[in-house]
Design a protein around this ligand. Structure first.
Ligand SMILES: C[S@@+](CC[C@H](N)C(=O)[O-])C[C@H]1O[C@@H](n2cnc3c(N)ncnc32)[C@H](O)[C@@H]1O
Length: 247
């Protein structure tokens, strides 16, 4: 199955890096706090991070007391930054696609992934592989682009009033599960759209119990400080899930 490695494209990588350098990016304001809120106490836990990117999360997990973290990523450029900025004796970075995690010989207390699963075509196999890599009662905790976000592929993302104010998010073909190409820094960025029910039911069918779901939306306080984030009142950008392996 074709695997995309868009983060090694220089133009994409530079654009993405600039977004992440902005201290008011949506990852920092919404996605990371939500993801971390789903984590159990990490003292002594072994963790596998799928699509670890710059490794910021992995260093955070070590600071929370994790015994070890394995971070894997398909992009050499992302891993180069991870190794330069977030190295630790207890963190191992592996250059591999998450489609190949079944070769890993170790088991983990927590398998996590932050905003990478929408790049994987065969979600069902991935869920199966994660199940096999978890210790009994282990947790699979991930964020992904929200299904309302992955079914759009062109034109203006928003319907606006005469002053350019956003009125509605444009959604198309929510029920069509397939590869969608869009433009994000460069053309032809591929993501795989799955409905909310497919995301959840694949986990249930794969032997997981769903413990919590978060679709981050801004609080009133957040909107006072970051009024531009009112987009998320119309359309969630992120979906986060905590699922536990059942036996
Ligand atoms: C949006 S970035 C998120 C990086 C990091 N998890 C974070 O939240 O800061 C997505 C990451 O997933 C990686 N990725 C995409 N497809 C992948 C695949 N099939 N296997 C492993 N990593 C993948 C990309 O290279 C990139 O580093």
């Amino acid at each position: 199955m074709a695997k995309q490695n868009i983060y090694d494209n220089e133009i994409f990588f530079d654009g993405y890096t600039k977004i992440r350098e902005n201290k008011n990016n949506a990852n920092i304001l919404f996605e990371m706090p939500a993801l971390y809120s789903l984590m159990p106490p990490l003292e002594g836990k072994t963790i596998l991070d799928l699509g670890c990117g710059f490794g910021e999360h992995d260093m955070h997990y070590i600071h929370c007391g994790a015994a070890s973290v394995v971070g894997i990523d398909i992009s050499e450029k992302m891993l180069t930054v991870a190794k330069a900025e977030n190295s630790h004796l207890k963190i191992t970075y592996l250059h591999m696609p998450m489609e190949e995690i079944s070769v890993i010989q170790e088991k983990f207390d927590v398998v996590t992934s932050s905003l990478a699963m929408q790049y994987v075509e065969d979600y069902k196999t991935l869920v199966h592989d994660v199940y096999e890599l978890l210790n009994d009662n282990g947790l699979f905790i991930f964020s992904q682009e929200h299904p309302m976000n992955t079914c759009f592929s062109g034109g203006d993302r928003w319907t606006r009033d005469e002053n350019g104010r956003k009125l509605y998010a444009n959604i198309s073909n929510y029920g069509v599960e397939k590869e969608w190409e869009s433009t994000w820094f460069i053309d032809h960025v591929k993501r795989y759209h799955r409905t909310f029910s497919t995301v959840i039911n694949t986990l249930i069918d794969g032997g997981f119990a769903i413990e919590k779901i978060i679709e981050p939306i801004p609080s009133e306080k957040m909107l006072e400080e970051h009024p531009e984030q009112d987009d998320l009142l119309h359309k969630p950008d992120f979906l986060l899930v905590r699922a536990r392996k059942t036996n």
